[in-house]
Design a protein around this ligand. Structure first.
Ligand code: ZN
Length: 265
C-alpha cells in the first residue's frame, strides 16, 4: 500500500492521499472556487474562511508568502491599480526565498497573472476588489468580517498551492485542516468537543513548540479572539464553535455528493 504524500498514513485505493488529506484538499479547493465563482457564497462557507484566517500566524518560514500575497492583493483590491511592475513588489526583498518561486506560487494561487514582467490581478484579487467596498464603517462587525475573509481566503489559497506544488508542506497550517477532517470523518454526528486522540492525531507531525503556539492562538491568547473554538471545557478539551460544526456538516455533504457522482460515472 502507498503512503499519503503529506503524512505517513496509508493512501486510499486510487489516490496518492490518505482519506483525511483528500478531504482536507477538497475543503480548500472547494472553498477557493466557490469564493471566486459565487456572487454570494453561503454564510457557512464564509464562516469557515474567517475561522481559518490565522493558520499561518507566527510562522517565519511561511510568512514571506503571506506577506507578499497581502502586499499584492492590497495593491489590486484596495489601491485598485490595474497592474504593477514585477520590480515594484517590495516584500520579496525581505526574504531569502527566491522571488521567482514566490511569484510562481502566487500565480498558482490565482492572486496574480504575469505577462512580460508585468503583474496583473488574478481571479482571486479581482474578486477581492469586488467584495472590498461595501460601504461599512471600518469598525463595524460587517467590515471586521470582510477583513477576516480577506485574510482567510488568501491563506487558504496559498496553502492550497503549497500542497499541490508539494515542495514545501507547511505542517502547522495543514494540521488545522487535518483536525477539521478528523472531526468530520470520525463520527456521523459531528461533535463539538475535540478528543485528545483527535487532537494528537492532527498535530502528530508538528513540533511541540509550534503545536502549543497554535493552541494558544486558537484559545484567543494572541488577540483576544478565539479561532475555530468556542471554549476549552471543564475536562480541558477544546470545543468547536457552532459555525465551525455547521461548516463541517455542509462541506462533508458536498464531499460525499462529489464521491457519489464520481462512482456513478
Ligand atoms: Zn495524509
Amino acid at each position: 500500500m502507498e503512503k499519503c504524500l503529506y503524512c505517513k498514513r496509508l493512501a486510499g485505493g486510487d489516490s496518492e492521499l490518505c482519506k483525511l488529506h483528500e478531504f482536507a484538499l477538497f475543503q480548500i479547493s472547494e472553498t477557493l472556487s466557490e469564493f471566486i465563482q459565487q456572487e454570494n457564497p453561503p454564510e457557512w462557507l464564509l464562516d469557515g474562511i474567517r475561522e481559518l484566517s490565522w493558520i499561518f500566524f507566527g510562522h517565519p518560514r511561511t510568512a514571506a508568502y503571506i506577506n507578499v500575497s497581502m502586499e499584492i492583493a492590497d495593491r489590486f483590491a484596495i489601491e485598485r491599480l490595474p497592474h504593477i511592475s514585477i520590480n515594484d513588489i517590495k516584500e520579496v526583498n525581505y526574504t531569502r526565498l527566491s522571488p521567482r518561486r514566490i511569484i510562481s506560487l502566487l500565480e498558482d494561487a490565482l492572486i496574480i497573472r504575469v505577462e512580460n514582467n508585468i503583474v496583473y490581478p488574478g481571479p482571486l484579487s479581482l474578486r477581492l476588489r469586488e467584495v472590498r467596498d461595501l460601504g461599512y464603517p471600518l469598525n463595524s462587525p460587517e467590515q471586521k468580517a470582510r477583513a477576516l475573509e480577506y485574510h482567510g481566503i488568501l491563506a487558504i489559497s496559498v496553502l492550497r498551492s503549497m500542497l499541490l506544488e508539494g515542495e514545501y508542506i507547511p505542517r502547522g497550517a495543514l494540521s488545522v485542516l487535518t483536525l477539521l477532517s478528523l472531526q468530520a470523518l470520525t463520527s456521523e454526528e459531528i461533535q463539538r468537543e475535540i478528543s485528545d486522540v483527535t487532537w494528537d492525531s492532527a498535530f502528530r507531525d508538528v513540533p511541540n513548540r509550534q503545536e502549543n503556539k497554535m493552541k494558544r492562538i486558537m484559545a484567543g491568547l494572541l488577540d483576544g479572539v478565539t479561532k475555530m473554538i468556542h471554549n476549552i471545557n471543564e475536562d480541558g478539551k477544546p470545543e468547536l464553535k457552532t459555525e465551525v460544526v455547521s461548516y463541517l456538516v455542509n462541506m462533508r455533504e458536498r464531499y460525499r455528493e462529489r464521491e457519489r457522482t464520481r462512482t456513478r460515472m
